[in-house]
Write a protein that binds this ligand. Structure first.
Ligand code: GDP
Ligand code: MN
Length: 367
């Protein structure tokens, strides 16, 4: 077959018959949710939602992770909500928290200082532990070792569209390593030295400075004079490659990704470098911002924007337009998601509802 013209075209532009995709073999994949015992109801709401919109047909396993022992009531309730295998694992002590070599009093003082400066979420020690865990040690968790692919979930998220194909299978078939739904601008104060640290790593490793930022700040369809002007501006202000991150980052509460990429020496070396520079505690470095676009050198083919997946994590969402009704298959099998709002022919996405029960206006935009 001919390769797709657009390397990152949506995987699906309409609902399919989920039974057809579900008849194919599963990938070696699992959902993963790191959560606290206290988030039981929120975790259940996510699981019930993803079961209704996707997993009722595919029955992928769900791995719940906690840094503390599981509350038996959490295990009971969530076991009852998952259609596939549910596993409840506790993260090893050594994989959670400060690295052994770190001066913990100094780190705590830095966290307190970030809190008193009012930097969003940066005053909570546990938030830093969570970010460090997801950046590096997550991939070493014993219960994950048998899997190649994961789909990250969080409590209280919502998928607004039926997902009637297997995203893992499409990722594998198209050679993708990292899939996201939402990318947005990070608050600069949360990670003032992150990109410099990444760029130091890049140059230490002898990797070329990829002009990725240019693609990010210059929409490829912008009129030529605007592209030209932005190109000139960025050259004129050139000091060092690493100082020009525009703070665009993947919102990593949703991810579908290839664990082998993160387990690989190259990514782990980057994590070690960031860990040694102390960034997970001296600032609120969140796990994903700049290094995926930067690394490996030509990543664009490996990345995928799931434009067809409706997703809501408070306060932001992505809501695809609704697929034309005539192409909707197996409406009854789609359950709730088939009770749909206005349709906009030609739009991508299986039938979607707006997050949180919001309405769509007559142009298909969620209000
Ligand atoms: P945000 O999305 O950046 O606001 O971060 P969250 O507070 O939602 O945390 C991200 C994920 O990590 C969620 O799935 C939380 O349930 C989980 N999480 C955060 N901190 C902890 C923690 O200290 N222990 C456990 N077990 N889970 C945590
Ligand atoms: Mn969250």
């Amino acid at each position: 077959p001919r390769p797709p013209r657009d390397l990152d075209e949506p995987f699906s532009i309409q609902c399919r018959d989920p039974a057809v995709a579900a008849a194919a073999p599963r990938e070696n994949a699992t959902f993963v949710m790191l959560t606290r015992n206290s988030e039981r109801d929120q975790a259940r709401s996510t699981i019930e939602n993803i079961e209704r919109q996707f997993n009722q047909w595919f029955n992928y396993p769900v791995l719940f992770l906690n840094n503390e022992p599981w509350d038996p009531e959490f295990v009971r309730v969530l076991n009852a909500s998952v259609s596939g295998l549910a596993t409840f694992a506790v993260v090893d002590k050594g994989d959670w928290g400060y690295p052994a070599w770190m001066d913990v009093d100094d780190a705590k003082a830095k966290i307190a200082a970030q809190g008193s400066e009012g930097i969003y979420k940066a005053g909570a020690e546990s938030y830093h532990h969570m970010c460090r865990f997801y950046s590096g040690n997550f991939y070493a968790v014993e219960a994950l070792q048998k899997y190649r692919w994961y789909w990250r979930l969080e409590p209280s998220v919502e998928f607004m569209c039926a997902i009637t194909y297997d995203p893992f299978a499409e990722m594998a078939r198209r050679g993708k390593a990292y899939g996201y739904t939402v990318a947005l601008w990070e608050v600069p104060e949360t990670c003032p030295s992150l990109f410099r640290a990444v760029d130091d790593f890049r140059s230490d490793e002898g990797m070329p400075a990829a002009p990725m930022w240019r693609a990010m700040i210059t929409p490829s369809r912008a009129p030529w004079p605007i592209r030209r002007l932005l190109g000139w501006w960025s050259t004129a202000h050139r000091t060092r490659g690493g100082d020009r991150w525009n703070y665009c980052h993947y919102w990593s509460n949703f991810e579908i990704a290839d664990l082998d990429f993160f387990r690989g020496d190259a990514y782990q070396a980057l994590f070690q470098h960031l860990d040694r520079t102390g960034g997970f505690y001296s600032e609120r470095a969140s796990p994903r911002p700049p290094y995926l676009p930067r690394y490996p050198a030509n990543p664009s083919k490996k990345l995928h924007h799931f434009a067809d997946i409706g997703y809501y994590h408070e306060p932001f969402f992505q809501c695809p337009g609704n697929a034309p009704g005539g192409q909707l298959l197996n409406v009854t099998a789609l359950g709730d998601s088939a009770q749909s709002s206005p349709e906009s022919p030609g739009a991508i996405g299986c039938r979607c509802q707006c997050p949180d029960g919001r309405r769509r206006n007559n142009r298909g935009v969620c209000l």
